[in-house]
Design a protein around this ligand. Structure first.
Ligand code: ATP
Length: 235
């Protein structure tokens, strides 16, 4: 097992955002967390990557306990986070953003190859590599955020709402890249409000409702589960 979350609780003061969830991700899988606004998806991802504090429970990655350790150490161990709202450095160029993402990498050859890989996946970023990122469209900024994850080079890529605010065509493009990253060896944990897209690409899925996991199983089963259809697939 690559990632194992066990009985995780996360609070913001008196607010109990995550109330004892357990789930796992095997190497090579795409696993998705779906659920309504405020269900606790972002909090869960941020706790895995060390940005929020777990009140109790454990998180293991590659059999090591990573609960509440510093975010930079979690990156070094091989978890890369693509946060909600993209969080690129808008005053830097596309290339500078990619170089920043490579700062923790210690293999110059791999670093160079990863820039090429990003430009191959997203030719639009290659054309715009000297452009300040603030001039990119929303979709291009999301491509850059995903590109940064590729350059960082972790084994597990944690993506928070990659489709948010993007036009359907761009969403398709981003999901194609997520699948390609997976085929090339990355394990993916995806938090996504677009349940149909998420379940279409994932191997397994967990439904979060107000801090609890209420449904789990193979993604293709959830696509036809009446409870999921009614609450999350609009039919
Ligand atoms: P969304 O899709 O809207 O981002 P989510 O499933 O990711 O939703 P979270 O963002 O994890 O949900 O929020 C879970 C709960 O924790 C919500 O009730 C939210 O209001 C609360 N919450 C999140 N961040 C904070 C914070 N920094 N301080 C206080 N409460 C917070």
């Amino acid at each position: 097992m690559l990632l194992e979350v066990n009985d995780l609780h996360v609070n913001y003061g008196a607010i109990k955002a995550v109330k004892g969830i357990s789930f796992y991700v095997e190497k090579g899988e795409i696993v998705t967390l779906i659920g309504a606004n405020g269900a606790g998806k972002t909090t869960t991802l941020r706790t895995i990557t060390g940005l929020e504090h777990a009140a109790s429970g454990t998180i293991h990655f590659k059999d090591k306990d990573i609960t509440n350790i510093a975010p930079h150490r979690i990156v070094e161990m091989g978890i890369t986070h693509v946060p909600e709202g993209r969080r690129i450095f808008t005053n830097l160029t596309v290339m500078e953003n990619l170089k920043m993402a490579a700062l923790l990498r210690k293999d110059p050859e791999g670093k160079k190859a990863s820039y090429e890989e990003v430009f191959e996946l997203f030719p639009r970023l290659k054309e715009r590599r000297m452009q300040p990122s603030i001039t990119l469209s929303g979709g291009e900024q999301q491509m850059l955020a995903v590109g940064r994850a590729i350059v960082t080079g972790g084994d597990l890529v944690v993506l928070d709402e990659p489709s948010m605010g993007l036009a359907p065509k761009i969403v398709d493009e981003i999901f194609e890249v997520i699948q390609r990253m997976n085929q090339e060896g990355k394990t993916i944990l995806l938090n996504e409000q677009n349940a149909f897209m998420a379940l279409s690409v994932a191997n397994r899925a967990y439904v979060l409702e107000t801090g609890n996991i209420t449904i789990e199983g193979p993604a293709k089963d959830l696509l036809t589960d009446p409870r999921v259809k009614e609450a999350y697939l609009g039919s």
